[in-house]
Design a protein. Structure first.
Length: 315
């Protein structure tokens, strides 16, 4: 098989007159919209039981392995069994995938390698890694969730995070987690020397993306204004728990700091993007900063020096 040929295929409505087969080269996103994903890497299904970005298929030819990652609201079934959300599940040729009322089949003449688990034991690796971390926090989320129906909140968050994931792809970040009011993304410094620049560029574009998207969402601030997000960016060492290369969790003091700073950003007159002094020192010329601000961070002693990022010169 040449490098240009697809490594696998995904059949929609397999074995029926409506069957259609699409190639998978390395990754495939499946959903109703899959915002920010190019046509070669997405399969759009026009069915209301399918989430806007429902699941992702990842191919690892070097390990003869494929996996399925559910990102949906309503869930994904693999051979009739519901898989865990956000946790990679091993995928083999002939496996049937069900999303809502839609059936699909994974087809390939390879990817018969080892499962993501060996002898029933989860393969888990914990390492220390230096990384740049960015957390985006929705202001006033708790109040909004009190007077907004759950289905409406879920629909709005799906649209919001779907748009942000599209931006994130362009900045080569890894989505570590998102839950309710927060989105947590990381860049590992040993993989990207310009991680600070990528993270800060992503956060600035995310602020603008939310500004454009928020008026279209069915949720509002208590005063009726569109929602907004604050972003905190830090650099530091963290413990990374991974499964077959898929980042599942990142923990440590730097992680906690990123979440705390995101709750300060865009509040009380502060800029929407806040970076620590360590991040600010790693950024190349062109970024515009506010004056340094020594802030108290809940759960930590002393103060942290931070800078607001006001933008980036176009020159």
């Amino acid at each position: 098989m040449s490098a240009a040929e697809p490594a696998a295929f995904l059949a929609v409505y397999p074995g029926t007159p409506e069957e259609r087969v699409v190639p998978i080269v390395d990754r495939m996103f499946v959903g109703r919209e899959c915002l920010g994903v190019d046509d070669a890497h997405r399969l759009l299904i026009d069915d209301l039981t399918v989430s806007r970005q429902h699941f992702e298929i990842r191919l690892e030819p070097e390990h003869d392995r494929a996996s399925l990652l559910d990102n949906s609201t309503n869930g994904t079934r693999l051979n009739g069994v519901r898989i865990g959300r956000g946790t990679p599940a091993p995928l083999k040729p002939g496996d049937r995938i069900t999303v809502g009322e839609v059936h699909l089949e994974f087809r390939s003449d390879r990817f018969f390698g080892k499962d993501l688990a060996d002898d029933g034991r989860t393969i888990r690796r914990v390492t220390l890694s230096k990384m740049v971390m960015a957390v985006g926090d929705i202001a006033g989320y708790s109040t909004m969730s009190q007077y907004t129906e759950s289905n409406t909140m879920l629909e709005a968050l799906e649209i919001l995070y779907g748009g942000l994931r599209g931006i994130l792809e362009r900045y080569h970040g890894t989505l570590s987690d998102y839950a309710g009011d927060a989105m947590f993304v990381v860049w590992e410094l040993d993989q990207a020397a310009d991680a600070a620049e990528l993270a800060t560029g992503f956060a600035l574009e995310a602020v603008e993306g939310v500004r454009q998207l928020a008026p279209l969402l069915p949720i509002r601030e208590p005063d009726g204004s569109p929602i907004y997000m604050g972003w905190g960016i830090v650099v530091g060492e963290a413990a990374v728990s991974s499964m077959t290369g898929a980042l599942l969790s990142v923990v440590g003091d730097a992680t906690n700091l990123a979440f705390r700073l995101s709750g300060l950003a865009a509040r009380n007159g502060r800029p929407s993007v806040i970076v620590t002094e360590a991040v600010q020192q790693q950024l190349p010329p062109g970024f515009v900063f506010s004056e340094p601000d020594d802030v108290e961070v809940k759960g930590r002693t002393g103060t942290e020096t931070v800078y607001g990022v006001l933008g980036r010169d176009s020159a």
